[in-house]
Write a protein that binds this ligand. Structure first.
Ligand code: CA
Ligand code: CA
Ligand code: CA
Length: 530
């Protein structure tokens, strides 16, 4: 008591946290099944020591919320350690998936229903002294979960942030959670849940450092630039497609200050929707006023640390008569390519938004090969964005043909599924204009989105291409609460998969910024950038 009386409040807090997290000394727990778990190797979370509350673990309630509660069957998995307070369940077919969308192996026991302040202790046997990389197979609902690992009561890792997987039933292996030096021999290891909880742990794995370093996966140097550029785009917003600025800069809604506001809100890039083809003269030239406006946009974006995607957006015109527009598309990219040939890497080109209609997948492959050749004349190292036919739909990725040796490409997809929700009440959408009050956010709806986005991610992995989700959102007439849920869910899922995203859109409709009131639509901004 004397010690506590003389220390500061902060120290008391730390001391108490340590006291809660540390096992009692001398340790009275025993290894599960009488066998210490071995390092190097996997320490299975469910095989925590025998010894009960306050000795081998601390749990926030006395029941096992998994075995015997959620899982009421008679199998060994359903009843595993059901009399103890630590909460254990197991992976199930059709429910537990990897972050990539593949099925998890079913029947693996894991520790769940975690909460801050809980801890579990394992007796472990380190077979060789050395430095180990710590891996973990886990899921986490949120992005602020924190654990730590102590050995013989001494914290050896400090706080370890667990990467979110967005959902309890989406799992990932995190490769480099921590690095620890361990001495050969029998020890206790205490896994503490410090913040957030809301996670599941299947196992913690220890790999000798020399072995981990020699097998670390790498992105080849030729692929690295396009993946870096996706990180640069990060969180993006579509702008200026429907602004009067293009007819008369005096009537512009979008003002110079908006570049700064977009940057300050946390966006990293803008995607400028250019309806340029219908503004060309008979010779396929764009006039000076148009170039002045575009230069003003690019200059101000870069000055505000925003990457800028120049997106050719005459998709509706091209879809009706691709052959008539083909020379104009080529003329556009010849001029833009020449004009921006010395621009920094933060300027990116997007060949054509949402090819559709008469611009079939086959024809599109032919067009984009031609455009890429044209762009590469003046811009050999410019990152170019290109998406599949059928409205940049995920289902058409399989038909997209890209030059294999051009590794400086980002593939873009758009996502508005389900249309009944995202386009309810939208006047241009015949099949959904009469709908209203359609909500989104059931487990089944989220799982459907997962399936779709994961499908795109599988294609991306197989083809070694990074992904930019260039458009997503829900029309202003959809119920706000569902819109926010949808926007946040799609954005977080995209981020978890390592994609960049671009919200549709800043002004006009689906708005994240209210130009009339000159302020952010705060709930939407916050759903995008929490
Ligand atoms: Ca419990
Ligand atoms: Ca618990
Ligand atoms: Ca396990």
């Amino acid at each position: 008591m004397a010690i506590i009386e003389v220390v500061t409040q902060t120290t008391v807090t730390i001391w108490l946290a340590w006291a809660i997290a540390a096992p009692q000394t001398p340790y009275a727990g025993k290894p599960f099944n009488g066998q210490p778990q071995k390092i190097p190797g996997r320490v299975q979370a469910e095989f925590y020591d025998v010894g009960g509350e306050g000795v081998a673990y601390h749990d926030s309630d006395a029941v096992n919320s998994g075995s015997g509660m959620l899982n009421q069957g008679d199998s060994g998995l359903d009843r595993f350690r059901k009399g103890e307070a630590v909460d254990i369940s197991y992976t199930k077919p059709g429910i537990d998936k990897t972050i990539e969308g593949d099925d998890e192996k079913a029947g693996d026991l894991y520790l769940g229903w975690t909460a801050p302040g809980e801890w579990v202790t394992y007796t472990i046997e380190v077979e060789q002294t050395g430095v180990y990389f710590v891996k973990g197979h886990s899921s986490s609902r949120f992005d602020d979960a924190v654990i730590s690992l102590a050995f013989d009561g001494i914290d050896k890792t400090g706080p370890i942030a667990i990467p979110t997987t967005v959902h309890w039933h989406k799992w990932r292996i995190a490769d480099r959670l921590a690095e620890v030096t361990l001495e050969k021999g029998i020890h206790t290891m205490t896994l503490s849940f410090l913040r957030q909880g809301n996670m599941n742990v299947d196992y913690i794995e220890f790999i000798p450092k020399e072995q981990a370093v020699s097998t670390a996966p790498t992105i080849s140097p030729s692929d690295a630039k396009s993946f870096d550029q996706v990180k640069r785009i990060g969180r993006c917003v579509n702008v200026l497609g429907y602004d009067p600025i293009w007819n008369d800069p005096q009537k512009a809604r979008f003002q110079e200050k908006h570049f700064r506001l977009i940057h300050e809100a946390g966006f990293q890039a803008i995607r400028v929707n250019l309806h340029a083809l219908t503004r060309m003269n008979a010779e396929g030239r764009l006039n000076e006023a148009w170039w002045r406006t575009l230069d003003w946009i690019v200059k101000n974006a870069l000055a505000n640390q925003l990457a800028v995607i120049l997106d050719l957006h005459n998709y509706t015109d091209v879809a009706k008569n691709p052959e008539a527009f083909r020379p104009k598309i080529m003329a556009f990219w010849r001029q833009v390519g020449e004009h921006f040939k010395d621009a920094p890497d933060a300027v990116l080109f997007e060949v054509l938004n949402e090819p559709n209609g008469k611009l079939t997948a086959e024809l599109w492959n032919e067009y984009l090969a031609g455009v890429l050749k044209t762009i590469r004349v003046d811009n050999p190292s410019r990152t170019v964005i290109v998406g599949p036919a059928s409205w940049n739909g995920i289902g058409s990725l399989q038909y997209l043909k890209l030059p294999e040796d051009d590794r400086n490409l980002i593939v873009t997809v758009h996502y508005y599924t389900p249309m009944e929700f995202t386009h309810q009440g939208a006047p241009w959408s015949k099949s959904t204009v009469h709908l209203s009050g359609v909500t989104w956010g059931t487990d089944a709806e989220m799982r459907k989105s997962d399936e779709d986005l994961w499908k795109a991610n599988r294609w991306a992995r197989e083809n070694r291409r990074p992904i930019f989700l260039g458009e997503f959102g829900a029309y202003d007439k959809a119920p706000l609460e569902s819109r926010l849920r949808y926007i946040a869910y799609i954005a977080r899922t995209a981020e978890t998969l390592g994609w960049a995203w671009g919200y549709w859109q800043f002004d006009s409709d689906f708005i994240v910024y209210d130009i009339n009131k000159d302020q952010w639509v705060e709930p939407i901004r916050k759903a995008l950038i929490p």
